[in-house]
Design a binder for this molecule. Structure first.
Ligand SMILES: Nc1ncnc2c1ncn2[C@@H]1O[C@H](COP(=O)(O)OP(=O)(O)OP(=O)(O)O)[C@@H](O)[C@H]1O
Ligand SMILES: [Mg+2]
Length: 385
């Protein structure tokens, strides 16, 4: 089954199939599933299977003031249930504003925000409060309460919800175990590393058993190693709890590592959206191409070898990787192909290959060669003409 097409009916298999009982956190997981089964059933997820959990329709948001800022313009987006959905774009693109419109921390001027079958901008204050309990949020700078211990921070949303003390204690212990902080329950935020603080943030966000986790730059304040461990935890949660995660970031590497799909924002507009593997290998919009170019050139560090050569990036998905396309190209076209760099990456578990090559030859032959490659299912992107 493709990522993002996880039927929520898989939850039933989870409950029935004893094989899954070996999974880590099994007790917590099954309790979570049992408790939420009715919630999902009522919303028709078991019947729809692979529906969209979040639908944004034509969202517009302007910040009034001396200099009015149009932060979002006509954004329509569908986020499938069970996915990790990335939102990327340069600073000021409107990523945080878009994320905050999902739980109505920002009210859009116009347009609709649907979460499951609920029109979020149609809710009154009390309904909105209870809808928000189903949407956890984590932040770049963790936003922990410094005067409270780890335990107190995780318990905070449960206290607000008036949860029974015994239930609350048990839930805090379960969550601490889930995020690997059982031995830190009595520590205060200043006694924790950045990664541990974010784990507290994640546990706190999961306290009210949300169906969606909204993450605003969750790893931007962390070093690369800690980033990896927090991303691993988010993936773990996504897979085990089938929690839908919307993840705002400006780091392409984060998108590549954990997201199923991605939306590219620029100047408050949606430039492109789709499965990560498609956007990364065949970016259609200039905005996505720009982001990728920066990302890839930073990692590949290759440049043209001859002044009239054309530097191109070729991407091969798994099924194409075994075919001798380059030798076919050289035989069938009058071009020289100079291979400068090659690597195989993983994108959400699926391998894809990248080759940086320089084409030399008459311009019309180079154009024909690129057409040939594209016709054979290879992604072609011109890096330097
Ligand atoms: N509360 C606010 N009042 C006025 N303008 C705002 C407010 N919040 C955001 N903006 C403006 O809206 C635009 C989008 O901001 P937003 O924070 O959504 O961008 P972003 O993509 O998250 O950027 P970054 O990557 O820097 O976090 C920016 O021009 C910003 O200055
Ligand atoms: Mg932001």
């Amino acid at each position: 089954m493709k990522p993002g097409n996880h039927c929520l009916s898989e939850r039933c298999q989870f409950q029935l199939n004893p094989r899954f009982r070996e999974m880590r956190g099994e007790a917590n997981l099954f309790r979570f599933l049992d408790r939420n089964h009715l919630f999902f059933r009522r919303r028709g997820f078991f019947i729809q299977g692979c529906g969209n959990l979040i639908r944004l329709q034509n969202l517009t948001k302007t910040f009034a003031g001396k200099d009015e800022v149009r932060a979002l313009t006509g954004i329509s987006l569908e986020i499938p249930a069970g996915q990790i959905y990335g939102i990327i774009g340069p600073s000021g693109a409107g990523k945080s504003t878009l994320l905050r419109c999902i739980n109505m921390l920002e009210r859009p001027d116009s347009g609709e925000v649907w979460v499951a079958d609920t029109l979020m901008n149609g809710l009154g204050p009390q309904e909105l409060r209870s809808a928000r309990k189903k949407m956890g949020m984590i932040f770049q700078h963790f936003n922990l309460l410094n005067s409270r211990t780890v335990s107190g921070n995780i318990a905070f949303p449960l206290e607000l919800a008036g949860t029974d003390k015994r239930v609350m204690r048990r839930r805090v212990e379960e969550l601490a175990e889930l995020v690997g902080l059982t031995d830190k329950l009595q520590a205060y935020p200043h006694q924790l590393s950045g990664g541990q603080k974010q784990r507290v943030g994640i546990a706190r966000a999961l306290a009210t058993e949300p169906t969606v986790l909204l993450c605003d730059e969750p790893t931007s304040a962390l070093d690369p190693e800690t980033t990896s461990s927090v991303l691993e935890l988010l993936q773990d949660i996504n897979e085990k709890l089938q929690l839908t995660i919307v993840l705002v970031t400006h780091e392409m590497a984060v998108i590549q590592e954990v997201c199923h799909s991605v939306a590219v924002l620029e100047d408050g507009r949606l430039k492109e959206a789709g499965p990560v593997v498609e956007v990364f290998t065949r970016p259609k919009s200039e905005a996505a191409q720009r982001l990728l170019q920066g990302f890839l050139s930073a990692r590949f560090e290759v440049s043209r070898q001859s002044p009239d050569g054309t530097l191109i990036r070729l991407t091969f998905l798994e099924e194409r990787a075994n075919q001798p396309i380059i030798s076919k190209l050289i035989r069938s076209h009058q071009v020289d192909v100079n291979i400068l760099f090659g690597r195989i990456d993983q994108m959400k578990g699926a391998p894809f290959g990248t080759l940086m090559v320089e084409l030399a030859g008459p311009p019309e032959q180079k154009a024909a060669a690129m057409e040939f490659l594209e016709a054979n299912g290879v992604g072609v992107e011109v890096m330097e003409r």
